[in-house]
Design a protein. Sequence first.
Length: 500
Amino acid sequence: MTTYTNPVLNADWSDPDVLRVGDDFYLTASSFGRAPGLPLLHSRDLVNWTLVGHALERLEPEAEFRTPRHDCGVWAPALRYHDERFWIFWGDPDQGVLQVNAPAVRGPWTRPHLVKAGKGLIDPCPLWDEETGDAYLVHAWAKSRSGVKNRLTGHRMHPDGTEVLDEGKVIVDGDRIPGWFTLEGPKLYQHDGWFWILAPAGGVETGWQGAFRSRGFFGPYEERIVLEQGDTDVNGPHQGGWVRTGTGEDWFLHFQQRGAYGRVVHLQPMRWGSDGWPVIGDEGTPVAEHGAPGLPPQPPAAPATDDDFPGGRFGRQWSWTANPRDGWATQHSGDGLRLTCVRSADAHDLRRLPNVLTQRLPGTPSAVEVELTLHGEEPGARAGLAVLGDAFGWIGLQRGSDGAVHVVHRFAEAVAERERDADHPRLAPEGRVRLRIEIGAGARCRFFYDTGQGPRPSGPVFSATPWRWVGALLGLFAVAPAGTGHAGAATFTRFRIDSL
């Protein structure tokens, strides 16, 4: 590989931050209300990435995340290495600044620790000054919780990362910079005798990447725009992290908002100009293709998507839409994911269900397939394959009041409070079906089913939609109407995503 093409992670790895330790690169991203959260990716060349685990098994307080809170939870984490430990700081807009840490990237990770309590504290980033022993923390503000935004607040922090040591000071006020708005997502560094803050502004769809520098942490800072769209098709190129390779090359990883696909990750070359400021991309605009980092060649790799569910276990690429409970998935001796038909008063609306197992929507045209068998005997028990955003569509099986199993295809608009049929139900004599969703350009989805006579199309085209901050998700689920007693289960086998 002599060149690479952006995006290097073509799915919703939102708000990425990157770190090098030795010859290894690590990346984490926002996971909002899904569990497990704080995904951990690994690379040796900054282009080919694999998912190696998660730093957060469950969100806390646990009771608050028993039901879906799709745009809450883990916002914009910062990944750092200090004192022979990995550290991740993030902001929960309803709780404050939290952190976890571990001796190795695969754990064990500590439980979340609240560093600074408060509403609207988001996008924190720590810095340990290895020369002085001082520690600092910077964070942004969410106006929806705090009433303020467009400013960065700095603190002295205890070197053990457990608490801030002062009331904090606004160290960059975006309202005082002509034309700047929605300043957020700061990443804090030291370089060449300066404190540096790399932070985006202007909003996720149309914004830019800023750089700030000061001789002292508390300012005053001078600013410059260092990456913006220009005449490229990369809208809003910003919010990410700087990393230096072992050979001294500088690179910047950032996201691009792509609607239902979420925030995909680009890799930009970076250098320090003769005036001491960073120069990112092609003189400040994103590159679509570029010479690869000067690192040992690696085999092509990407985060896993396919799954045979050996022993009933699911791979790292899956997360629940809320903290999981015992009994949702059953381990067994064979292959296949066996999901319990969880009874719920919200069976008519997938957006409210905590027991949907999800992974990211692929950013290129793809076909998603899975085989499904419905074992649930309860009338109304159902299971299926979904495309889930603030609008959703799904296709699967449902047990009728007459005991028969039907293929059903349903959807709900963003403003709808319950789903409705996208096509007429069809009999599934064996209670089994092969499901397929073809995702074309613009995240337009076509649904298919196969009960043994070959694939048949179902319903009209459904255009996937994002959540407020999150791209659309693929989901597997099993559910039954509210009631008492066991409602049965469903088995999913041979989940595949192939390029179209």
